[in-house]
Design a protein around this ligand. Structure first.
Ligand code: GLU
Length: 442
């Protein structure tokens, strides 16, 4: 009976979470992305001698909202969508984090992503808490009009939650500057004037920051550069592989190519390609813009999608979605550095295997923090009403990323732990410090 109930629960949970949930080794219970971030937190918290009850307070999301969004479709019918906004922490400042449009979005995933935002903002030491939003939808299959009506309905339903001092969204998987424009416009109706600082990742003409669109990839490049210095790896002789060729994967790859890295493997949702002599990333960006796929790129041959993860290269950049490197395949990773462009691409079990095998994992909350760092710069520029040059933005981003990398490295060395646990320890300490000063009404 107990077993039957467990199997039943496991089946429905699997249906609910679909992609976000991978099967636990040797058990029928699924593992959620949120479980993963909680495990990472616990591993770091165990090493910190901090008040257990306060740790419990900062660990869980403060507020999770679910909205049902009716939208008129182009064919005249009405469709109900489900949207989420989670504020994991508002201790260090307004909740900050993107909004994801994807068919596999779930509350479990949004809560995990919101928690990672809290730790990410603390790692790069910007005055924000963590939040995340999502809508279960397939933006590839919707018209621009449908997407606009869906976005506006989402913002209207959550208008009291958002605000430049409360909760500031940004782009994530499936959203970009256009969605942010509708976001800003809908929110601005509430105040009867333009409120650009309510959202980041906007088009430049609407108050977006120069350098924001490349910022996540630039942060990945800077983290890899610092890691390579630490490992004494010569980037002009290094090889790379990238999983995911969206904004993060493509920018990381071309900026690393500029430093001399030769990319032999690239994949996107449509498939994977390989060229032992190196794939010209700039030419591939053009090819993908024209054909919507990495496949068919001249000089490269098609390989299996997972070959990208198992490639014998120096640097592997998972820049797609969560749960890609798991207990089942981590032993096949042969890279020296895994630079997490995506959020949560490595499960905690896989982390243990990679660490044991001597792979240096640059954790997501450090590696991909360049995006939210420039979001912070965008918010600052909106509030002062003065805009910086791209050089100025990039210089400040470099300063933040390099400082964060070395703060994390130092914490990890002092505590003889992985960069991930070091990053969590640093972030938790920074959040706890604020909570101690403010008290718990934060
Ligand atoms: N979605 C991005 C992330 O996961 C950026 C968030 C932001 O700029 O607020 O870090």
């Amino acid at each position: 009976m107990a077993k039957a109930a467990r199997v039943k629960k496991s089946k429905s949970a699997r249906k609910l979470h679909s992609r976000n949930v991978v099967q636990r080794k040797n058990t029928s219970l699924p593992m959620s992305v949120f479980d993963n971030v909680m495990k990472q937190f616990d591993a770091a918290a165990r090493k910190l001698k901090l008040d257990k009850s306060l740790l419990e307070f900062i660990k869980v999301p403060r507020r999770s909202t679910i909205v049902k969004l009716p939208v008129r479709m182009d064919d005249g019918s009405y469709k109900m969508f489900t949207g989420y906004r989670v504020q994991h922490s508002i201790a260090r400042g307004p909740a900050k984090g993107g909004v994801r449009f994807h068919p596999d979005v779930s509350l479990d995933e949004v809560q995990a992503l919101a928690a990672w935002m809290t730790w990410k903002c603390a790692v790069v030491n910007i005055p924000f808490g963590g939040g995340k939003g999502g809508i279960i939808c397939d933006p590839q299959k919707m018209s621009e009009g449908e997407l606009e009506r869906l976005t506006r309905r989402y913002v209207a339903d959550l208008i009291d939650i958002f605000g430049p001092d409360n909760d500031i969204p940004a782009p994530d998987v499936g959203t970009g500057p256009k969605v942010m424009s509708w976001f800003m416009d809908t929110y601005s109706m509430k105040d009867y004037h333009a409120v650009p600082s309510v959202v980041t990742g906007k088009p430049i003409t609407l108050g977006g920051s120069l350098g924001r669109s490349e910022a996540t990839g630039r942060g990945v490049m800077l983290s890899v550069r610092e890691a390579a210095k630490y490992l004494k790896l010569d980037l002009t002789k290094a090889t790379g592989s990238v999983q995911g060729f969206g904004n993060v994967g493509s920018v990381s790859a071309y900026l690393l190519q500029d430093l001399g890295v030769k990319f032999t493997h690239v994949s996107d949702v449509t498939g994977a390609i390989y060229n032992p002599d190196g794939i010209d990333i700039y030419a591939l960006v053009k090819h993908v813009a024209e054909t919507k796929s990495v496949l068919g790129f001249p000089g490269a041959r098609k390989v299996r999608p997972n070959d990208v993860l198992y490639a014998k290269v120096d640097i592997l950049i998972p820049a797609a979605l969560e749960n890609q490197i798991t207990a089942t395949n981590a032993h096949r990773v042969r890279a020296k550095i895994v630079a997490e462009g995506a959020n949560g691409p490595t499960t905690p079990e896989a982390d243990t295997i990679l660490n044991k095998n001597g792979v240096l994992v640059i954790p997501d909350i450090l590696c991909n923090a360049g995006g939210v760092t420039v979001s912070y710069f965008e918010w600052v520029q909106n509030r002062i009403g003065y805009f910086w040059s791209e050089e100025e933005v990039n210089r400040r981003l470099e300063e933040k990323m390099v400082a964060a990398f070395h703060d994390v490295l130092r914490t990890s060395k002092e505590n003889r732990t992985s960069l991930r646990i070091g990053a969590f320890m640093l972030a938790i300490t920074r959040v706890i410090e604020v909570v101690h000063l403010r008290g718990i009404y934060s």
